[in-house]
Design a protein around this ligand. Structure first.
Ligand SMILES: C[S@@+](CC[C@H](N)C(=O)[O-])C[C@H]1O[C@@H](n2cnc3c(N)ncnc32)[C@H](O)[C@@H]1O
Length: 274
């Protein structure tokens, strides 16, 4: 067996001593095997907590994805290894906090998605793309957005959506004929398109242009709130959650979507009744 095969065998078998010896001899912990899995995924699948910790400490990528888009955290969760899942979840949150702090330090005026908001976005039928050709929003997310709309509209008829994107969730919210539907959007091009496509003419729609962080004083309290921004970090989401007790009426429904990282199960599809 060569060193790489030994690495995968140690990860599968939970042999932390062997793993450390291989790492000391310089083996690369970020390798993928023939099935497209990393040693961390194998260790997570088998519930080997010590091996998972050792791999993470030596830089194994916690957010790598298998060919079927599963992360090590997904493998741990699927196999019911709660302790390992928690270790991976913590690694993901820590990384998000560090990346968020770095992005804030490097950004202008502490706005971590400042570049995105200043650059142009482009629209096509099935997506909105940023200046780096990364998808801001894609049409395949429609069923998810419809489920979020249904959830937040169950709380009553005064609804807030943060982040318009392609307007998929807002279109779905409109199907429930809310009395008042407030939309916050920060990107000038997206806002312009909202106006061009008639969102500003709807009687029950109020558009607030700006970053949610900057327009908080204009907000009221709502029966249903949906949050789905772009280019922001875990800290921004957490900051928004700090405002929820004021923004959400008693019995209201809050739901959010985010793409924080592949091993965080809070990604997408979460609704809370507060
Ligand atoms: C992923 S898209 C939202 C997609 C939307 N849920 C839909 O159904 O089409 C994110 C949107 O949030 C906007 N955005 C980003 N940061 C924001 C912020 N701080 N405040 C308000 N909107 C923001 C982006 O310009 C973008 O239009």
């Amino acid at each position: 067996m060569d060193e790489c095969e030994q690495l995968f065998a140690a990860a599968r078998g939970g042999d932390a001593d062997k793993l450390r010896a291989l790492i000391d001899s310089g083996v690369d912990v970020s390798l993928f095997d023939g099935e497209g899995l990393t040693p961390l995924m194998h260790a997570a699948k088998h519930g080997h907590a010590e091996v998972v910790k050792t791999l993470l400490e030596h830089g194994a990528p916690w957010n790598a994805l298998s060919p079927s888009n599963l992360s090590a955290g997904d493998f741990a969760l699927e196999a019911g290894h709660q302790e390992v899942f928690q270790i991976l979840l913590n690694a993901g949150i820590q990384a998000e906090l560090v990346l968020g702090t770095i992005a804030r330090k490097e950004s202008k005026n502490g706005v971590c998605n400042g570049d995105y908001l200043e650059d142009r976005v482009s629209f096509s039928e099935d997506k909105v793309m940023d200046a780096e050709s990364k998808a801001v929003m894609m049409a395949w997310e429609k069923p998810l957005m419809e489920a979020h709309a249904k959830a937040v509209c169950m709380g009553g008829s005064h609804i807030l959506n943060v982040g318009f994107g392609m307007g998929i969730v807002d279109t779905a919210i409109q199907q429930y004929s809310p009395t008042m539907h407030t939309i916050i959007e920060a990107h000038p091009d997206v806002y312009k398109r909202m106006i061009e496509t008639g969102w500003g003419d709807k009687n029950n729609v109020k558009i607030i242009f700006g970053r949610w962080q900057d327009v908080l004083p204009q907000l009221e309290s709502y029966d249903g709130i949906f949050f789905d921004t772009y280019g922001e970090y875990y800290e921004d989401l957490r900051d928004f959650h700090h405002h929820l007790p004021k923004l959400l009426k008693p019995g209201g429904i809050y739901s959010f979507f985010n793409g924080l990282c592949g091993d965080i199960q809070t990604q997408g599809d979460r609704s809370y009744e507060v």
